[in-house]
Design a protein around this ligand. Sequence first.
Ligand SMILES: Nc1ncnc2c1ncn2[C@@H]1O[C@H](COP(=O)(O)OP(=O)(O)OP(=O)(O)O)[C@@H](O)[C@H]1O
Length: 359
Amino acid sequence: MTELELRDLRKTYRSRGRPSVDAVRGLDLALRSGELLGLLGPSGCGKSTTLRMIAGLETVTGGDILVGGASVIERPAQRRNIGVAFENYALYPPLTVAENLAFGLKARKRSARGDVSRKVAEIAERVDLTALLDARPAGLSSGQKQRVSLARALIREPDVLLLDEPLSHLDAAQRDTTRRELKRIQKDLGHTTILVTHDQEEALSLADRIVVMKDGVIQQLGTPYEIYDSPANLFVADFVGEPAISLLPGVATDDGHARLSDAARIALPMPVAAGREVVVGIRPEDLRLTSDDGIAARVTAHEPLLESGIATLALDGVDTPLVVLTEPEVRLAHDEHVRVAADVRLTHVFDAETGDSLR
Ligand SMILES: Nc1ncnc2c1ncn2[C@@H]1O[C@H](COP(=O)(O)OP(=O)(O)OP(=O)(O)O)[C@@H](O)[C@H]1O
């Protein structure tokens, strides 16, 4: 069963004296029951607007939102049964954790007092908050506040769960643990979930599928592997991956190469008509330094890190730098001459004009 569906969903902001903004331009999406979908994109691409329209906190300019097959756009937020955990927690400071959780429940329907405390205890157990039920928000860490915010969204047993940048205020260590907990809780309880984030690592590690958005338009929908291994266009290739993919402009030759400059050529993974302007994309981990074959390059920077190093190379006559992951023991000097080879099967090729993948 499809639990949540967006059909040609649109939002235009109009304010007097200012040009209108098409924040969301015809979104079509169907989430399977229990699926966690990551909505990923840069600031201003329309993620929050989409989330707010689903939650009923923003009016819809066009299109439809269906939960369990029924349209909800005519329903006010409190009648949609959609749980939202906001980035800024939105907890009530004078109330204890238990009271904050109970508030979420009472706001929606009159529940018997015993029922409320049972539900609070149950959900606190689920998200590991039992020991903190009497604490107030001011005394909690960011990770704990995040869990209260999540618990408050979950306590209403929503049909759909919306998570807005759930890990953005956490430090690196908390982020790792909270991410794992979030995944466990979401899979345990089986909520159909949309997670909004601009952090690709968050999306890649948590989501069953990812939607990459730009300027209110879906660029690609796929599993984390599909998005990473087969980016649909230059934007997705560039946005997903850290360190970023190197994108090198070139011209296809009649012997199956892309000419990047007079001195630098690279084998193309598939036939492209000679003379066609392309952009060759190579991820840092798909390149290796070699002693004999490959292209001649000069080292412009090398950061030797614990697990692997990051080298930035200049190719003769090519303006775009090439970023390569190096083995942990490798040390490279500035201006050192090296040779570098790409794994042809993992090289991406895009149409220089449209930006679309040619695979
Ligand atoms: N209330 C509003 N009035 C006018 N324009 C708005 C309003 N809210 C958002 N916008 C505009 O709509 C576009 C999408 O904004 P939105 O907040 O949905 O993006 P976002 O991807 O969530 O960004 P961020 O990650 O920074 O929150 C932006 O151009 C933004 O300036």
